[in-house]
Design a protein around this ligand. Sequence first.
Ligand code: URA
Length: 234
Amino acid sequence: MRLNKYIAQSGVASRRKADELTLAGKVKINGVVMDQPGYDVQEGDVVTVNGQDIRPEKKMVYIVLNKPKGFVTTAKDDQDRPTVMDLVTDIEERIFPIGRLDYNTTGMLLMTNDGDLAYRLTHPKHHVYKTYRARVNGILSMDKAERLRRGVDIGGFVTSKSKVEILKHGDHSTIVEIQIYEGKNRQVRKMFASVGNKVIDLERIAIGDLHLGHLKSGHWRKLTQREIEYLKKL
Ligand code: URA
């Protein structure tokens, strides 16, 4: 990061004032006066202004992305497939996804550089409920819906109680909304598979009380202050 930006982000001075301080010899890098405002501060550099150590305050960023199909939820894919990072290029901060959606799952993905919040939201003990809309193959009977509500074995793990609402029966498929509290790998797909219905499309529409709303596929927006506070309280 450029020295004047580094100083400005530390809250010591504006960029212009930072340049003045630098030219006046008030800034040191690793104990040595640095009079070049354009110096590129390196990882590990100790910067002092008037003898005080400074460090840029980290600006926290929280966004929601409507993830399309065909994107992996990682920073870098070893098979070179497109990643969700490719969709949020115009953010300066180094953000990362909170949790994961499968390659072919669409919908709500939160991203941030706030490691504490990400940790808390993904920790199993916090039980943040997530709502998915699924189109599954065939008819999902009332009986199967009830089994899903009570909990099913998805291979060595029995899911806790969930909410299941059948929205529409088609000729060959059923549209269902399901709310789950855990986040096991491919959990929703495995749950429907356990009662004999294969998931055709899966979209996450809400995390807790935060809803995806009308955000277009592949688009993102910053969370509002109220949404951020809600997540922090969860
Ligand atoms: N459950 C799934 O099966 N897939 C997802 O992407 C999220 C939840």
